[in-house]
Write a protein that binds this ligand. Structure first.
Ligand code: G3H
Ligand code: ZN
Length: 281
């Protein structure tokens, strides 16, 4: 069933686990992520990024409605999150499009600008009943990311993070602790001591971005140290693309996209199932 992100994250915090959040770019992804989470017996967040909205011609509603439809008929609890929003016009469309939460991404800006933009976003979001995630530090590596005031990978400072959360009122904080977006190998090494210091300093749940680049053991340790939402995108693209390539090679004469979309969808579901069992259970 369709539930709110705030509820799933609160549940994860209470259970000392994390709720996995997977990036969805097509209807098949929404189906696959939900099926994988159902198979694992895990709740899940379907997140649609601003980049994915751009891919769909700047329209957020068609994919969001499709994902919500999948969520509503699911046998597990599924929430809908709008990810990496830099355009406030898109933030303002979130509630009407069916999202319960948004990540407002001003992490590339200098501190004072990030603070001002995030404060305004949080006020607006709370007025609209939305749960708001923001970023401090800079995870980096995101394709098409805005020019940054920071070197990619600059770590989040615990004292600054505590002040940032107090001054903005955000509901969760994405932190830079050693991961990077769009990694195609799981070779990132996380600073678990920093995650613990952030968990102790920051009164809201921590979010790990760029989790495709993080191995299972490091993911488990990050959850133990205090990460409550784990964002995964690229790993699904790898699984989907490999399966579609194999399917097309096995049947080069097919003219029915369902032959290879089905294989891609199954591969994504399997990847989701495995990752849910690492972070959520
Ligand atoms: O917000 C989305 C995540 O940070 C995805 O990162 O594609 O590197 O797994 P990833
Ligand atoms: Zn991210």
């Amino acid at each position: 069933s369709l539930v709110s992100t705030g509820e799933l994250v609160a549940r994860a915090v209470a259970g000392r686990r994390a709720v996995p959040a997977f990036n969805v770019i097509t209807l098949e992804y929404a189906e696959a992520v939900t099926a994988g989470a159902e198979a694992a017996g895990s709740p899940v967040i379907l997140q649609i990024s601003e980049n994915a909205v751009r891919f769909h011609g700047g329209r957020v509603e068609p994919l969001a409605r499709a994902a919500a439809g999948v969520a509503r008929t699911s046998r597990t609890d599924v929430a809908l999150h709008l990810d990496h929003v830099t355009d406030v016009r898109l933030l303002h469309e979130a509630a009407d499009a069916g999202f319960s939460s948004v990540m407002f991404d001003a992490g590339a800006l200098p501190y004072a600008d990030n603070l001002a933009a995030t404060l305004a976003a949080a006020r607006w979001a709370h007025g609209a009943g939305l749960w708001l995630e923001a970023e401090l530090g800079y995870v980096g590596g995101k394709p098409g990311a805005p020019a940054s005031a920071h070197a990619a990978g600059v770590r989040t400072d615990p004292d600054e993070a505590a002040r940032f959360v107090a001054d903005t009122g955000v509901d969760a904080l994405a932190v830079a602790v050693g991961s990077s977006h769009a990694m195609t190998e799981r070779s990132a090494s996380l600073d678990h001591g920093l995650i613990e210091r952030l968990r102790d300093a920051v009164p809201v749940p921590l979010v790990l971005h760029g989790s495709s680049g993080v191995g299972d053991d490091d993911l488990r340790a990050a959850v133990t140290a205090g990460v409550a939402k784990v964002n995964i995108g690229t790993a699904l693209g790898i699984a989907f693309t490999r399966a579609v390539r194999d399917a097309l090679q096995a049947r080069p004469d097919t003219a029915d996209p369902r032959h290879y979309l089905d294989r891609g969808r199954a591969a994504v579901a399997q990847t989701v199932r495995e990752l849910c069992s690492v972070v959520a259970l």
